[in-house]
Design a protein around this ligand. Structure first.
Ligand code: PLP
Length: 395
């Protein structure tokens, strides 16, 4: 009677949400200060002051229609120009307003791109594990097959050989996400070059484009001067899905963009197909006020140092307790190896100490848990006693 697929997605909460809800229940029993909730990726650093200033300025100077009215479906042209100008200055690129389509955040960007690329139920889209679990919903929702490429368990870059084996005549796109949720790893320039070489070879072999969809909500959240390669410079058939949810701490405002470079195969047609996919999905236009806000806040970010402080306390603390952790160079997640190898059992055990850690099975990477450290520093410090007890339980 209804869509089985949508029922499934609506009735089964994600592991992350499940754990978050459990945390709220526990907090009511033992007190919120005694629950160490590392489940969600909700930024805790406030939006930078420039966001508030921009909102004030816009409210004071623009008319109600300019603030609250519909914009062009692809977004206000001045906003798109401001983004193009910023990227060109920062990365030495040559974008213009018509390379950009404004969206309601990365989730919308990804859904629109997949709908634009997918033609038949045989089409496949590949995600590289560990990956953001919603990719599966977005890909299957677009009508394509979701294909997972196994993780590179040594350093969490990309297993290029394994990926090569997954690409076939049906492959429409490969999704990457760096800085990565959940591992915190940033793909190196060498990885991106190898990936570009592989995809170019496959395009030649199959005689059609294999697009690289790069999901970049964490692009600016990196530590210790680490550089995130700007992927369009390495591979022409790259589509960027960007979001301001994390860099400007605006996840509830729903604002981001899709970038379709001129160099991409059939670029103009693809751009119009993206516009059509946005229309089909009923997006109409991205939030008008937020478009204007981000145009005025190009290059601004929240206080990333606060996340770095958290990362250092957590990484050093857990290592001292004997945990094996992947060193995060970006985003605000840390990947911790489950002692004993069973991540779901480890996550369950952690609950006994009111530690909420997400088993990474749903990220395509069993054997690890994700610790989300966009939380109060104080909670991380207090949680160390619980982590110590949890480690003792495995000795
Ligand atoms: N992609 C990744 C890797 C994410 O971690 C998230 C959110 O946590 C999203 C996409 C969705 O972001 P948005 O809030 O911009 O839709």
């Amino acid at each position: 009677m209804f869509s089985e697929q949508c029922y499934d997605w609506g009735s089964k909460r994600s592991t992350i949400r499940e754990l978050f809800e459990y945390g709220k229940q526990r907090a009511a029993i033992v007190g919120p200060e005694n629950v160490y909730d590392f489940s969600l990726g909700n930024p805790t650093v406030p939006a930078p002051d420039e966001v508030t200033q921009a909102i004030r300025e816009i409210l004071a100077t623009e008319t109600s229609v300019q603030i609250h009215g519909y914009t062009s479906a692809q977004g206000d042209v001045n906003v798109r120009s401001a983004i193009a100008e910023y990227l060109n200055q920062t990365y030495g690129t040559h974008f213009h307003a018509d390379n950009f389509y404004m969206t309601c955040g990365a989730a919308a960007s990804l859904c629109i791109v997949f709908h634009a690329l997918v033609e038949t139920p045989e089409d496949e889209i590949i995600a590289i594990a560990p990956y953001f679990p919603e990719y599966k919903v977005f890909v299957e929702g677009s009508g394509a097959r979701f294909v997972m490429c196994e993780p590179d368990m040594e350093n969490f870059q990309i297993d290029i050989e394994a990926l090569g084996e997954k690409i076939n005549a049906h492959t429409r796109a490969v999704i990457i996400n760096s800085p990565n949720n959940p591992s915190g790893v940033v793909y190196t320039e060498e990885t991106i070059k190898e990936l570009a070489a592989l995809l170019s070879k496959k395009e030649e072999a199959f005689g059609h484009p294999v697009y690289l969809v790069t999901d970049e909500p964490y692009r600016e959240i990196v530590y210790d001067g680490i550089q995130v390669p700007f992927v369009t410079k390495y591979y022409r058939d790259t589509l960027v899905c960007y979001s301001y949810s994390k860099s400007l701490s605006l996840p509830g405002e729903r604002i981001g963009y899709i970038l379709v470079p001129d160099e991409a195969t059939d670029s103009r047609r693809l751009y119009l197909t993206v516009c059509g996919a946005g229309r089909k999905l009923g997006y109409v236009c991205a939030p008008s006020l937020m478009q204007q806000v981000v145009a005025r806040c190009q290059g601004k970010v929240g206080d990333i140092n606060a996340y770095k402080v958290n990362r250092d306390i957590l990484y050093e603390g857990l290592r001292a307790l004997g945990y094996e952790c992947v060193h995060p160079d970006g985003a605000f997640y840390m990947f911790v190896k489950a002692p004993g190898g069973d991540s779901e059992a480890f996550s369950e055990k952690a609950k006994e100490f009111d530690l909420l850690l997400v088993a990474a099975d749903g990220f395509g990477c069993p054997g690890y848990v994700r610790v989300s450290y966009c939380v109060d520093k104080d909670m991380i410090e207090r949680s160390m006693t619980a982590f110590a007890k949890l480690a003792d339980a495995y000795r």
